[in-house]
Ligand binder design. Structure first.
Ligand SMILES: Cc1cc2nc3c(=O)[nH]c(=O)nc-3n(C[C@H](O)[C@H](O)[C@H](O)COP(=O)(O)OP(=O)(O)OC[C@H]3O[C@@H](n4cnc5c(N)ncnc54)[C@H](O)[C@@H]3O)c2cc1C
Length: 382
């Protein structure tokens, strides 16, 4: 019997690759293995669930049985890969061995967690998948005050969404502005002002040092001495690509699992895409790049080796209090920033010495200009 193509992970990367592959090859046995319940869902919707009044079940789009039928595949749920043996083309699930023809790692990134002093650690919720979200929704029922850790894209999106959901939101992060790795300070100030307009209170600079139970709810102690009463804490302090099992199997890893433009790891029959993959030096934790990778890799797996290319990859951030679209300059390209506009409506452009557009951040009404500007942006990976 032919060994199957095995995909580890049923997030957007795993399921989209399976879909693209089935468009080209309806016969090769296909096995998807996932540590979670295997429901198909769109992860970006996790940060609009309160505004849209959707709980975890409302966000689920298809059960694993329906996905298996649709993809003509086997889907094994609640099954965690524990090792890979590239020399014998098999992987391990505990003591069980599973052979593969080709193995695709689509196992995502995990939330960064830091130990927090105090007796209320179980009131801290990372939200990085549907099951996390279900746990948070259950704990949040009847609660009023949420403290968010982290001012990155995801922390800001949750702040907006939970405010719209009726929570009192405070946000703490050890940085001077929101989305420091993504945004020019002027655009960051506009987004912060928009969120403050909704009632979000920011504590930028300090960190949470201690979380403890109080007579009513919790007390969060910050490093600058501030004490914030709250009921729940959402941790959005970052994501780290899963690389440990790949490294243990001798595959090359860096920030993510290292792959070339054919999504091939340092071992011939093993590929990676999605949040866990570092593609030709780029580890982009967004949907657009993984869709491009899924299309290219499906071709390769179907016998037509295809390299992936990335065009411009602007990111729409779901902060309706101050709409934001951002396209940072490609890595290694330097330019001058210019800020136009006022209030929440800013056009912040980065141009090189010849006047070519390298990147932008558009806020408020200026997001309307994104299509025209996208046409001028350089490809991220031509
Ligand atoms: C709240 C939030 C909002 C976002 N909003 C946007 C947005 O608006 N736009 C955008 O472009 N991007 C957004 N993103 C990012 C985007 O959702 C991700 O880049 C994308 O969903 C990653 O998909 P993935 O399949 O690589 O990983 P995941 O969805 O994390 O899937 C990983 C899979 O691997 C499985 N797995 C892990 N380890 C094992 C193991 N050892 N054995 C078996 N299975 C395993 C997991 O169970 C899971 O099925 C957002 C992310 C979050 C958290």
């Amino acid at each position: 019997m032919t060994a199957p193509v095995v995909i580890v992970g049923t997030g957007l990367a795993g399921y989209n690759l399976a879909r693209e592959f089935r468009k080209l090859d309806g016969e090769t046995p296909l096995l998807l293995i996932t540590a979670d319940d295997g429901r198909s869902y769109s992860k970006p919707m996790l940060s609009t669930g309160f505004a849209k009044n959707k709980d975890a079940d409302g966000l689920g789009m298809a059960e694993p049985g329906a996905m298996a039928e649709q993809l003509k595949a086997e889907v094994r749920t609640h099954t965690r890969i524990s090792g890979i043996d590239p020399g014998h083309k098999r992987l391990w699930i505990g003591e069980e061995q599973v052979p593969y023809r080709d193995l695709i790692l689509a196992w995502g990134a995990q939330t960064v967690q830091v130990p927090i002093e105090g007796d209320a650690g179980e009131a801290v919720f990372p939200i990085n998948d549907l099951e996390d979200y279900a746990r948070f929704r259950a704990a949040a029922a009847g609660k009023q005050r949420v403290l968010i850790l982290g001012a990155g894209l995801i922390g800001c999106e949750f702040a907006n969404d939970m405010s719209l959901g009726g929570f009192e939101v405070e946000l703490v992060a050890p940085c001077e502005q929101v989305m420091p790795t993504l945004l020019h300070p002027a655009a960051a100030a506009a987004v912060q002002a928009g969120l403050e307009g909704l009632g979000v209170r920011f504590h930028l600079g300090p960190v949470l040092t201690r979380l403890q139970r109080a007579a009513k709810g919790l007390e969060a102690h910050l490093s600058d001495g501030t004490l914030i009463p709250c009921d729940l804490v959402v941790s959005a302090i970052g994501l780290r690509p899963r690389i440990d099992l790949a490294a243990a199997a001798g595959l090359q890893v860096n920030r993510g699992v290292v792959v070339d433009r054919h999504l091939r790891t340092s071992h011939g029959n093993i590929y990676a895409l999605g949040d866990c993959a570092e593609v030709d030096g780029l580890n982009l934790l967004y949907v657009m790049p993984l869709m491009s990778c899924a299309r290219a890799l499906a071709q390769t797996l179907a016998g037509n080796p295809t390299a992936v290319a990335y065009g411009p990859m602007p990111v729409t951030v779901k902060t309706p209090a101050c709409p934001l679209v951002v396209s940072p300059p490609p890595p290694g390209r330097e330019g001058e920033w210019q800020v136009e506009g006022q209030g929440l409506d800013l056009k912040v452009l980065c141009r090189d010495a010849d006047g070519n557009l390298l990147g932008y951040a558009l806020t408020g009404a200026a997001v309307m200009e994104k299509l025209a500007l996208n046409r001028q942006l350089p490809a991220l990976m031509a």
